[in-house]
Design a protein around this ligand. Structure first.
Ligand SMILES: *Cc1c(COP(=O)(O)O)cnc(C)c1O
Length: 357
């Protein structure tokens, strides 16, 4: 049942920064979407209201036990001024899987997608027109019941906020230096690694900070049990091209199921490039490099789309990949995906969803 969406217009519009002044996730649009949940009524009272601070009881459960989930996707403006989303239904399906893991009530995926489209129509002037820029969309759910008991909250709020963002690659794609993390663990099987939930990210800061201090741009996460098998790089999924074949870690419950990852697997299959999802040990990668078979390494995610890895450091061993140059395959995947997302290239897979204005 579609409940009437309330719209309260913001009469106090914010000045917009010039596109080249945008920093990631620091400026937000004039409106936001909110919906409430209570056990008796379920999800109710969907509304688009002026972007404003949230007032919560200090005992709200989100502050104490981290019962929260989020998503991240983008809206792109095409050259002919259309607005496109990339596989947005997958984001809301994943939001529900994250919610299930965190004992948060799930949402009607189609309904929330229609509410997102309404919010985008209202704030459409905020979608940057400059090439390479887009509007980052952050849906999230928080537990709001004031209660210090260790049990799931009885009330929640679902929000969507929007932030105009710049291109990840201002100075072109530069392959990055990666530190293989052996001390800290991002996630373990049976934990929350497959969910986009706050604690996974704050728990990763310490490893990221130490890697940054040592001059690396990201860490490569190994499995939490044996510290042998590759999971992800930073908050991206990871791919290796070895001897013409593309391999990526198989989903195991601790790896986040990226939509970019899925799309890349589907593209490679369509291009008839061999692609395999399986366990990959870090030793295997260094071995393949030694034998001259490691051709490319790249991370994938909504923010950067494809991010080539130029160097890997594992304890005292360090390898250089593809002469620190962006590989041919990484480049082709980047061009194809961004081409489809921005409407520059046609979309034979039906991945894009147009937001009617
Ligand atoms: C969001 C995320 C990804 C990438 O997912 P996309 O859907 O491709 O953006 C990968 N790993 C982690 C840990 C993430 O949070």
């Amino acid at each position: 049942m579609k409940e009437q969406l309330t719209i309260i217009e913001n009469t106090n519009r914010k000045p917009r920064l010039a596109d080249d002044q945008l920093a990631f996730g620091k400026q937000f649009t004039d409106h936001m979407f909110v919906m409430d949940y209570s056990i008796d009524v379920g999800w109710h009272d969907p509304r688009v209201i002026p972007y404003e601070p949230i007032t919560l009881d200090p005992a709200a459960m989100i502050f104490h036990y981290g019962q929260t989930v989020f998503e991240g996707l983008k809206a792109y403006r095409t050259e002919d001024e259309r607005i496109l989303l990339f596989r947005p239904e997958k984001n809301f399906q994943r939001l529900n899987r994250s919610s299930d893991r965190l004992s948060i009530p799930t949402l009607d995926e189609e309904l929330v997608l229609s509410y997102l489209q309404e919010l985008l129509r209202i704030d459409q002037d905020w979608i940057p027109t400059t090439e390479g820029y887009s509007l980052y969309i952050r849906p999230f759910i928080i537990a709001t019941e004031p209660n210090l008991s260790l049990a799931p909250s009885g009330t929640y709020q679902f929000y969507i906020i929007l932030s105009p963002v710049g291109s990840y690659y201002r100075e072109g794609i530069n392959p990055v230096k990666i530190f293989v993390e052996e001390e800290f663990t991002r996630a373990v099987r049976g934990g929350t690694g497959m969910a986009k939930t706050a604690g996974n990210y704050s728990a990763a800061y310490i490893a990221q900070q130490r890697a940054t201090e040592k001059g690396f741009s990201q860490v490569l996460w190994l499995d939490g049990v044996e510290k042998k098998f590759i999971e992800e790089v930073g908050s991206m999924n990871v791919f290796f091209k070895i001897n013409g074949e593309v391999v990526t870690p198989k989903l195991n419950g601790s790896i986040l199921e990226g939509i970019t990852r899925l799309s890349i697997i589907e593209l490679l299959k369509d291009w008839q490039i061999p692609v395999v999802e399986r366990r990959i040990s870090i030793e295997e990668i260094f071995q393949a490099h030694e034998e001259g078979r490691l051709e490319e390494v790249f991370g994938t995610g909504t923010a950067a789309v494809v991010s080539p890895v130029g160097e890997l450091t594992w304890n005292s061993r360090q390898i250089t990949i593809n002469n620190k140059q962006t590989g041919e395959l990484a480049k082709k995947l980047y061009d194809t995906l961004t081409g489809i997302q921005t409407g520059k290239q046609n979309d034979p897979y039906g991945w894009t969803v147009e937001v009617e204005k």
